[in-house]
Every structure is written in structure tokens, then in C-alpha cells.
Design a protein around this ligand. Sequence first.
Ligand code: ADP
Ligand code: ASP
Ligand code: MG
Length: 456
Amino acid sequence: MIVMKFGGSSLESSAAIKRAAAIVRGRLGRHPVVVVSAMGGTTNELLAMAADAAQSKRSEAMARLGSLEELHRRESLELVSESSRKELEMILADHFQGLREIVEGLCSVRELTPRSLDAVASYGERLSSRIVALAFQNHGVPGVHLDARNSIVTDSRFTQATPIIEETNSRVSADILEIGAEHVVVIGGQLGATAEGVTTTLGRGGSDLTASLVGAAVGAEAIEIWTDVDGVLTCDPNLVPEAHPVRTISFDEAAELAYFGAKVLHPATVLPAKEKNIPVWILNSRRPESPGTKIVPGAVPCANVLKSLACKQGITVVNIRSTRMLGAHGFLRRIFEIFDRFETEVDMVSTSEVSVSLTVDNDARLAEICAELEPFTEVSVEKDRAILCAVGDNLRETPGVAARVLAALKSVNVRMISQGASLLNLGVVLSSEDLGRAAAALHREFFTERDPAVFG
Ligand code: ADP
Ligand code: ASP
Ligand code: MG
């Protein structure tokens, strides 16, 4: 079996869904299982609609709901023949009625809990998976829909739930192995449910993780992530338009890139595939003939010291200085305990004996954290920062890389530097406004000449 995941931009319209069907049809011999994201733009709209509703902006919320319904209806009706039309109409009516009821509820309670956010967000994939399964049947692919909420079991950390691997494995393999022998199972990405059956999501971009979980559970021979670029590129193409595809990259390098912001892959995707030694491909659904990127278990020999650059925007730096005497022990433990208590993940850290600077990308609870830190520290916060991270296995052994990075960034104010413990990355923190210029400079320094075996 293989797992094929199609992202939102690969399902944004009837034409895109037809392209996906053609790609799957070409691989029927390899027994594909298909994981789908919501149709392009849908998740953002659903979340905005929920936010409007919870602020009692009923007409705005209903207008968003109306546009979503119009998009789904218009594009999906293009995809099915007369005989499937009734079934499609029922799916649309049923789902949009459900959403309308939730919107009314949010408008009256004026509150948006993580649990209700997940209920709303799940509709994107619930709709797309039903539509794609039906579209496949009308385009020569024997599609069968499977409700992810019966297969992907998670904890109850709504909006960023963690899958419970054993239970998920046994349900996915029981559900898919049998049906998948004759049919192409289509399952919505990103969503799951708790053991009690309450709908959860795995966080933004979580469909990649669903693909990897399903791949690991069925023992797939490959996991293909179909998206809108030619694979993992040497940098975010929105920042560096001349970024090049990387043909082969290791699991460890890909994980580091994803963690430091390369949106092309969700950071948790790599682990299930790596544990089962399943290669992951990143492929372009608009140019299926392009070779894409293969993510492999072992190190990838390369004449370039770096494989790629990752960028993460919207970062906040927190500088914390001890007001107690020098050498007081337990300082770091106290600090990290507070971040932990407020469930705030720390990305990068640099310390001296009495001060520590760290970065967070989610500052929702920062005010509460600062209040807890204040009795024993001086705290200052810098907003609108960005992380630019150089990633490559060769960083480990190549002398002079830090010097080249800093020389290339000589006209940029670097706020923090960190060489990760993995020895695969070298990251700097800078002002968001400098990010484009800094990324272009590093890209020029490290990717003007490229090893044709890796970047060919
Ligand atoms: P999908 O909807 O298929 O999941 P995403 O938008 O989540 O697609 O991810 C693909 C996008 O990631 C690309 O269009 C590109 O803009 C962005 N991106 C950021 N960094 C990289 C990178 N290093 N390589 C490739 N794409 C990247
Ligand atoms: N639709 C979701 C998002 O936009 C999940 C995904 O596509 O992976 O985050
Ligand atoms: Mg994505």
C-alpha cells in the first residue's frame, strides 16, 4: 500500500480535485489510501467564522458560512454525474446544517472554547473527504469514505491533540487493510476523536501527520505528500523566489526544517514514518511529472554544507534576568516550570549565568507567564521577531559555517544565535523586517553553487 495525502491547494477547485483523481488513478496498482485536507482556504474561513460568531457578529459569520457553502456546492457539483447528485446534495445539506447550528450556538453563548473550535474546524476535512470519495467514484477511482473520527484516537488537548498510537494503529489497520484491498479509502486529515468520541484536531497542517500515522499503521511502502511546490525547497519560496528543490533529504533534516517553520511539512509528520522506515515523498500535484523530494532514513551525502533554510515568523523573544545573587541554582528549572505550567513551547534558548533569552511562537499566555516570573526576575519582551535557521547534516563536521552565516548577515542585527543540540541546525533570531533580506543573503552564500546529485 501507499498513502497519498493531498493538501488544501491540491483540492481547491473541481479542476484540482480532477487532477488529484488522475494522479491516484495512475497509482491504483500500488493500492493507495488517500488522506485529504480541507479544500484550499476552508480551514482559515471556518476559524474566522467561529471567531465572528463568538463575538456575536452573526451576519458576518453567516456570510462566511454562505461563501463556504457556495464554494463547496459549486465545485463539487462539477465533479459528479447525475446518479451521484442526490447523495452529494444530502452530504452538503447535512454538513452545512450542522455548521449553521454550531454558529447559532456560538452566537448565543458568545464563547469559543478549544473544543468548539475543533468541532468547527473538523467540518473542512469532513466535507472534503466525502466530496473527494464521491468525485473519485465518478472519475475511475473506486473511492470509499472512512470517517477519521472512528480511526484516529487522540487525547483531549483540543486544537493540538496528540494521537494515541496503539489504539490508532489497531483501528486504522483493522479499518483500512480490509477495505483497501479492493477500494481506495479516502480519509479526512487533521481530525480525530477522543476515546469518548469527541471530535479533536491535530493542529494546523495536521493532515500531514494523519498521512504519516496511517502509513505507519498499514505498513505502507511509501507516503506521498502532494502539495503546490516541487518538493522541499532550499528556502521558503515566498521569501526567496529562486529557491531550488532538494531531491533527497534525511528524516532528521526534514524534521528540523519543519520544526523551524518550513510549512511544507508538519513537524510531527516525520516520527511515525521514521520509526517504520517508510520513505516520505513531497510532490507537486500541479506538476506530477516533477521528481519531488524523497525523505530517507539515513544521512544524504552532499557537497553543500546545507540542505535548506527554514524561517519562522511571528516569534517573541523573552529576556529573563535573575534579580538574585550570581550562581543561584535552580533558576532555569523555575523558569521552565512556569512555561510548562502555561503549556507554552519554547523554541530556542541561550543563557549566561544570570540571564536567559528564549523564543516562543505562541504568546497567548505570555502575560500570565511574565506575572509569575516577575517576583524573582527582570523580564523584557521583544515582539515581531523571526527565526532563520540553516539546516544540514554536514554542519556537524564542517568548520567555519558559523563564520560564513554571520559574515553573510553582517548588515543585519542578529538578536540570538543557537546551534541546536542535534548539530544539524544553526539558527539566528532577527527582526521580522530583516528576514527577507537575511534569507536572501544566506541563500546566495550557501546555494549559488549546488551539488547536482542533491539539487539536480
Ligand atoms: P498544503 O496545503 O499542500 O498542505 P502548505 O501550504 O501547508 O500546503 O505547504 C506548502 C507551502 O509551504 C508552499 O506553497 C510554500 O509556500 C511553503 N514553504 C515554506 N517553506 C518551504 C520550503 N522550505 N520548501 C517548500 N515549501 C515551503
Ligand atoms: N486544513 C488544515 C489546515 O489548514 C489541515 C491541513 O491541511 O493539514 O491547517
Ligand atoms: Mg500543509
